[in-house]
Design a binder for this molecule. Structure first.
Ligand SMILES: [Zn+2]
Length: 230
């Protein structure tokens, strides 16, 4: 898994990275993150990069655009046994059963027809940047029913909690590439699940003065909660 910057930096308002989408694409074909200025939710699927803006719309992203945070893998997941998922906690329980070890990173891809899906996107921020939990007050939540699409994301082991969120983090994009966002809830009867675990992590830290000078001794309470708005 390749990671650019840390969730703790993002939580602290580090929203302008130096990594371009073009460079990022050389690191894998499945991933999630955001864009400079906290401009929406990033989805990387089958090597294509999509942005879900705060209006819920999906956009293709040019290679020159930059990101302050991303997790991306070269995904070649194996099929896992799926079963009906009624809500987010069902999803977490099922995927915890599927993974071989909670001490490795896991990447997931879940395709199917979702009875219900709840996602959010964030609004592009202006300087001086607020911290992430404050910026998320402007998030917009979207709920859809009977929507074909893909949930993708990660399990991060507890040991990752100083550079990432530990636990699950998912984004969603519809099959017609018109809807998507950061996943808050879902219901699906027949999910097609693929999983792959990773034991190598490449962490690239930003080189800007802003990052170098940023206080990063954040407490757990000040780190962003991926379930905010759930
Ligand atoms: Zn997210």
């Amino acid at each position: 898994m390749y990671q650019y910057s840390t969730i703790q930096a993002l939580s602290n308002g580090f929203y302008d990275g130096q990594l371009t989408v073009g460079e990022m694409k050389t690191k894998g074909n499945l991933g999630l993150g955001t864009f400079n200025g906290l401009d929406g939710e990033m989805i990387v699927l089958d090597g294509s990069v999509y942005k879900v803006t705060v209006d819920g719309k999906v956009h293709h992203v040019p290679n020159g655009e930059q990101t302050p945070f991303v997790n991306i893998v070269d995904f070649n997941g194996a099929v896992a046994q799926g079963k009906a998922i009624q809500n987010f906690s069902d999803l977490e329980i099922l995927l915890q059963e599927i993974i071989v070890s909670k001490n490795l990173v896991a990447a997931f891809r879940i395709d199917g027809s979702f009875d219900y899906i709840k996602v959010r996107s964030v609004a592009k921020q202006e300087r001086p940047y607020p911290k992430l939990m404050e910026a998320l007050q402007t998030q917009k939540v979207f709920e859809y029913s009977d929507l074909e699409g893909t949930v993708l994301g990660f399990w991060q082991p507890e040991m990752m909690s100083s550079i990432n969120l530990s636990g699950f983090h998912f984004h969603f994009i519809s099959s017609d590439r018109s809807k998507g966002g950061h996943l808050l809830d879902c219901t699906i009867q027949s999910p097609q699940i693929k999983v792959e675990q990773f034991h190598k992590i490449e962490l690239e830290l930003p080189t800007s003065e802003e990052f170098k000078q940023m206080p990063l001794s954040v407490t757990k309470q000040s780190v962003y909660d991926p379930k905010f708005g759930q």
